[in-house]
Ligand binder design. Structure first.
Ligand SMILES: [Zn+2]
Ligand SMILES: [Zn+2]
Length: 411
């Protein structure tokens, strides 16, 4: 046993005294059983690692990443050029950061999505550095091909997995936090965490049809710019979903709606290929994914919330990452499955955006002429009575005094 094995911890269970994999010398294992449990995915890249020694680095600005080519039967290591550049940070000072050149691998005009891994769910292990996974956000509708290399990973465990398509690139950055700056090489330990990510990525279960339920729930679809401008849909559209719809098992919620005693469930709709593939034209400079009402509906009003990259929370006053720009169209239903009318939804969206938003302005660095309000003061303003007052004002503006308020309808 080598002298350094005492400090080397097992890739799988984190125990000390682990020995290196004899071939790649990158992953390490405390026991035969840990090595065997890792082998089914480890073997996909173990041999490839030996040809990517740091001494083979093409230039000092190249870092080892992993490419998941949709057409290849296995993932592969690649060298990614990651030059330093500087940009304005949040506080208007220059920040130097490295970003790998992954555009050529992913398509020059695709909208990209970046996932971060800082925790391994399957091993329940906090990582000490960040792994980024980047892919085309529209891969389900833009003609991208199903990924054979991701399938080589998900085929190792029984279960149903997300339909990953198109090229996917993984790269590493040093440290944790919201925006780590410096790149680093990925190794076989990172590969384990990446495979765990794909093996635990939220899979949407098919609706439960065992009771053959015929229950229908009336909700509202908040259409994004693409659906409104290209298909002339109303911004707030009446929709009906089955009582067994997946929105009841997989959804987000709204802190504001919870606080005003009108809990809702929200769910992003997949983008429509027609507007994804329309460039310029009717949209001008606006993104077809844009849906500000859906964004502001999700402003965080949990006073204990902190930045957490694993959940995408940016803390008090901010909209979580996935609800920032480009949320697309969104379905909203009431948690109690009662009737939610487009007028209810519009009033709630406007209340969030024009009544509550200004109260949170200071927290998100926007200008507001008043002194900052304490969180308790803001929370006292977000309550059923202030929404009831807003509803009366809103109904007056609409000259609609017949529609019952969302608290009154018994349906
Ligand atoms: Zn172990
Ligand atoms: Zn190995």
């Amino acid at each position: 046993m080598s002298s350094s094995s005492a400090v080397r911890s097992c890739t799988v269970c984190s125990k000390g005294n682990a020995n290196l994999c004899s071939r790649c010398k990158s992953a390490s294992y405390c026991s035969k059983s840990c090595q065997q449990s890792d082998w089914c995915t480890h073997k996909l890249l173990c041999a490839s690692f030996t040809t990517f020694a740091t001494s083979d680095r093409p230039t000092p600005e190249h870092y080892r990443g992993i490419l998941f080519n949709p057409e290849k039967s296995k993932p592969e290591f690649i060298w990614l050029l990651s030059k330093w550049s500087s940009s304005y940070g949040d506080n208007d000072y220059d920040v130097d950061y490295q970003s790998p050149q992954i555009r050529p691998l992913l398509g020059s005009d695709s909208l990209l999505k970046h996932l971060t891994i800082q925790h391994d769910k399957r091993l329940d292990k906090q990582l000490s550095d960040t792994i980024f996974i980047t892919y085309r956000d529209t891969f389900l509708v833009d003609g991208s091909r199903p990924s054979r290399s991701i399938a080589s990973i998900t085929a190792t465990q029984p279960g149903e997995y997300h339909d990953w398509r198109g090229p996917i690139v993984a790269y590493g950055k040093k440290g944790l936090g919201i925006d780590p700056l410096a790149c680093r090489d990925l190794d076989m330990n990172d590969f384990r965490h990446i495979t765990d990510h794909f093996l635990s990525y939220a899979y949407v279960p098919p609706p439960d049809t065992s009771q053959a339920s015929t229950e229908r729930v009336k909700g509202v679809r908040i259409n994004c710019v693409g659906d409104v401008k290209l298909f002339k849909k109303p911004h707030f559209e009446e929709v009906e979903v089955a009582g067994t719809d997946s929105i009841f098992s997989m959804h987000d919620t709204s802190d504001i709606a919870d606080r005003i005693e009108l809990p809702i469930l929200t769910r992003r709709c997949p983008p429509d290929p027609k507007w994804v593939n329309t460039k310029g034209g009717v949209f001008g400079y606006e993104s077809p994914f844009n849906n500000q009402d859906a964004t502001f509906l999700h402003q965080c009003c949990d006073p204990r919330a902190e930045f957490d990259i694993n959940t995408g929370s940016l803390g008090w006053g901010w909209c979580p990452m996935k609800w920032q720009n480009g949320a697309g169209s969104v379905i909203v239903v009431r948690k109690d499955k009662k009737l939610l009318l487009p007028m209810h939804m519009e009033a709630l969206a406007r209340y969030c955006r024009y009544e509550i938003r200004p109260l949170l302005a200071h927290s998100t660095g926007e200008f507001h002429p008043e002194k900052p309000m304490k969180r308790e003061e803001v929370l006292r303003m977000i309550c059923r009575p202030t929404f009831v007052i807003y509803w009366a004002k809103f109904a007056g503006e609409k000259k609609d005094y017949a529609t019952p308020s969302p608290y009154e309808n018994g349906l």
